[in-house]
Design a protein around this ligand. Structure first.
Ligand SMILES: [Zn+2]
Length: 277
């Protein structure tokens, strides 16, 4: 394993990345994960142990991965406090079935199904991914599955981690934040997808706040979805059936809105449909 095992603050990480030579191996995109275990709460708890460091955790991870017979591991582990480089950034790692040879694996020390994506871990993850994208010359907003743009682990059809990195890490917001960070810090001029303010804070879950103001029809009717899609330019039969054509139209809309393109009109997609123009 080509292990670095060093942790950095954002500015130090930038300095470190500046010196990495990507001529030996350069990925096509980053893949975002959560560790799930540890949760962020557990990770924060570890800091109360006197002998604990991110590097110590890194060494434990390496022996764990070696025990699995892996010859690589994820490249980064981003915590609320530090950014730990584990696998060398110019050597491919092991983190997702389909894209190990062509992607950076970015783990986040949290779970994001119940834990919020905010504060230090959010700041560090946005900065770390922006710094890597800048280094490699990636436009984070130029997404094509398996080809370019920021990927989430759950988008890999080969994975069993179908929720990674967790519903509270919303891709549309994250991609926009990385693009913004790059525009502000590295004088890029990426077109940042603009969302209605109300869209930005919709987590991918049904909670009272998110769906407040939406009727039962808007939350459950297939016909309503078809009417909205037609309003936005599709030409679907409004028959209330989840036909392949309807599913594909939902997927097109989700892609445009930077949502997970699963073709399923869940609450987030429905809220986005309601406010889309
Ligand atoms: Zn994952």
């Amino acid at each position: 394993m080509n292990v670095i095992c060093k942790s950095f603050m954002i500015e130090e990480f930038k300095t470190y990345v500046d010196k990495v030579d990507l001529n030996t191996w350069k990925p096509k995109f980053p893949v975002i994960h959560n560790t799930s275990a540890p949760t962020q709460a557990q990770y924060i708890g570890w800091h109360h142990r006197s002998d604990w460091t991110p590097e110590q955790w890194g060494r434990n991870l390496v022996s764990y991965y070696s025990g699995l017979g892996w010859n690589g591991c994820p490249h980064l582990f981003v915590g609320y406090d530090k950014i730990l480089v584990l696998n060398a950034l110019n050597v491919h790692g092991t983190h997702t079935p389909s894209w190990n040879k062509i992607s950076w694996g970015i783990e986040t020390a949290a779970e994001f199904e119940n834990e919020a994506f905010d504060d230090g871990v959010k700041t560090n993850l946005i900065a770390a991914v922006a710094i890597l994208c800048n280094k490699a010359g990636f436009n984070p907003a130029d997404f094509e599955l398996g080809v370019s743009g920021i990927h989430f682990h759950k988008e890999d059809k080969g994975t069993t981690h179908q929720h990674c990195p967790g519903k509270n890490l919303i891709k549309a917001d994250f991609v926009a934040a990385v693009a913004n960070y790059m525009n502000e810090n590295f004088s890029n001029t990426f077109v940042v997808p603009v969302f209605e303010a109300s869209h930005i804070h919709i987590p991918e879950s049904v909670s009272l706040a998110d769906t407040a103001g939406m009727s039962m029809e808007e939350l459950t009717s297939i016909k309503w979805v078809q009417v909205q899609l037609n309003r936005l330019g599709e030409k679907l039969n409004v028959d209330g059936r989840v036909s392949i054509k309807t599913k594909e139209a939902v997927q097109r809309f989700q892609k445009k809105m930077w949502l997970t393109a699963d073709g399923i009109a869940g609450p987030v997609t429905r809220k986005a449909l309601k406010i889309a123009k």
